[in-house]
Design a protein around this ligand. Structure first.
Ligand SMILES: Cc1cc2nc3c(=O)[nH]c(=O)nc-3n(C[C@H](O)[C@H](O)[C@H](O)COP(=O)(O)OP(=O)(O)OC[C@H]3O[C@@H](n4cnc5c(N)ncnc54)[C@H](O)[C@@H]3O)c2cc1C
Length: 399
């Protein structure tokens, strides 16, 4: 008897979640990650409702709680550095919030004993045969797998190899995002500050480590203007874009040069007519990236469970399983993309007038009634895929 094998590309959130659930249903999993090691960094991600049930079923809750950000209020400052409104604790951070880098580490730690992780390599070609997929890698020797999962994010290499160039599927939302860890010069204590000028802005938050803050930078610009810049160019772009900004921005920007974990990307959505081609299937941002506010992390984790569960339910028949997986995830992914589409107007209003309007709207939203509406919308998005256990079976073992 031979266990079926799956290659998963990407070791952030979707990839290790897929490793967990595929192993749970009897598959042997290899994860290939382009970066030389797990990537640290990223902003906070939150769990609510069904997503908490999913994390509990994966045995992650204790570790997640131990890494909780416990973020309090976040104060939005206007261009003069004065408070414009306050996002109260719980407004954006759901039932349980952790940093993306901590989540990736926890998922990796929970799966590494039974998963073959290969760092510093990537898929270069995929050739489907009658009974598998022949895969070549930039560095490693060619191998054959029964199935391939592309969980390698918005710039997915698996998607390019199996579906075609990124330009066919990616739409920029008109702004760019960067994130890094910086010294806590402002003395924040489990609290956050948001600051905007027309066309650019940032959010700073203090989480578990009192010595540091996470910084998220946002700025408007041509969706494709920067291409895929290397690290030095990313730092130059950020320095140029935030030159002359007010408030505490100049001091914060001095930390960019030494940032240990700089993340930089054009904010985009990914849309495809189908998420699978034969034995190759996409998961998470590679398939349905929505942008900020689009439940990307929760949906990637839920999608991993649905994908593996449908494979088990279909007795390993990937054609049936991939179709059912897509049926369950399509609508939630659309809702996420609808929410993400408006993120530029919240995070980085373009003009002084739209900035004032945004601030007025959020003053209302953070009042007692607005807050309930906001919570309802957040919970509805998080609960759009119900957690459902699939029966475990031995069907993934080939005779
Ligand atoms: C370092 C980092 C920081 C982030 N910060 C933020 C943030 O601040 N705000 C936000 O909204 N979202 C951020 N994201 C995106 C967020 O993690 C995802 O939207 C969400 O969690 C869904 O995760 P995913 O696993 O589908 O994709 P991602 O988290 O994007 O992970 C994709 C993984 O695949 C790897 N990869 C890429 N190409 C290849 C390839 N060709 N072969 C093998 N591996 C490849 C990447 O290195 C990465 O580890 C960040 C992602 C990363 C990797």
């Amino acid at each position: 008897m031979t266990t079926k094998t799956v290659l998963v590309s990407g070791a952030s959130v979707a990839g290790p979640s897929a490793a967990y659930w595929l192993h749970h249903y009897g598959y042997s999993v290899t994860v290939v990650e382009a970066a030389p090691a797990l990537r640290p960094g990223g902003q906070a991600v939150d769990f609510r409702g069904e997503q908490v049930k999913l994390a509990a079923a994966m045995g992650l809750l204790d570790d997640l709680r131990a890494h909780e950000t416990a973020l309090g209020d976040q104060v939005q400052l206007d261009p003069a550095g004065q408070p414009a409104f306050t996002l109260p604790s719980g407004f954006t951070n759901g039932e349980l919030e952790v940093l993306r880098g901590d989540l990736a580490r926890i998922l990796y730690d929970h799966t590494k004993d039974y998963t073959e992780y290969v760092f510093g390599d990537r898929v270069t070609s995929l050739t489907e045969t009658a009974d598998g997929v022949d895969v070549t890698f930039r560095h490693g020797a060619p191998r054959r797998f029964d199935l391939v999962v592309g969980a390698d994010g918005v710039h997915s290499g698996v998607r390019t190899a199996a579906f075609g160039p990124e330009s066919r599927f990616r739409t920029g939302l008109g702004f760019h995002v960067a994130g890094f860890t910086a010294p806590n010069h402002l003395g924040l204590d489990h609290s956050g500050l948001l600051y905007n000028e027309p066309g650019r802005g940032l959010m700073i938050a203090s989480h578990r480590d009192p010595a540091t803050v996470t910084v998220g930078l946002f700025f408007r610009g041509d969706p494709d203007g920067y291409g895929r810049p290397d690290l030095d160019r990313q730092k130059d772009i950020l320095t140029d874009v935030f030159a002359g900004a007010g408030w505490a921005v100049p001091r914060l920007m001095t930390a960019v040069a030494d940032a240990p974990d700089l993340y930089f990307d054009t904010v985009s959505q990914i849309k495809l007519d189908s998420w699978s081609r034969g034995r190759v299937v996409l998961l998470g941002d590679a398939a349905w990236c929505a942008g900020p506010g689009g439940s990307g992390t929760g949906l990637a984790m839920m999608g991993a469970q649905v994908l593996a569960g449908e494979l088990a339910a279909a007795g390993g028949d990937h054609v049936t399983a991939f179709a059912r997986y897509e049926q369950r995830l399509r609508k939630p992914a659309r809702v996420g993309q609808r929410n993400g589409a408006g993120s530029a107007d919240f995070l980085v209003p373009a003009t002084a007038e739209t900035l004032r309007k945004r601030n007025r709207m959020y003053r209302r939203l953070t009042g007692p009634i607005g807050r309930r509406v906001w919570q309802y919308l957040g919970n509805r998005a998080a609960n759009s895929v119900k957690f459902r256990e699939y029966p475990r079976s031995r069907v993934n073992v080939l005779p």
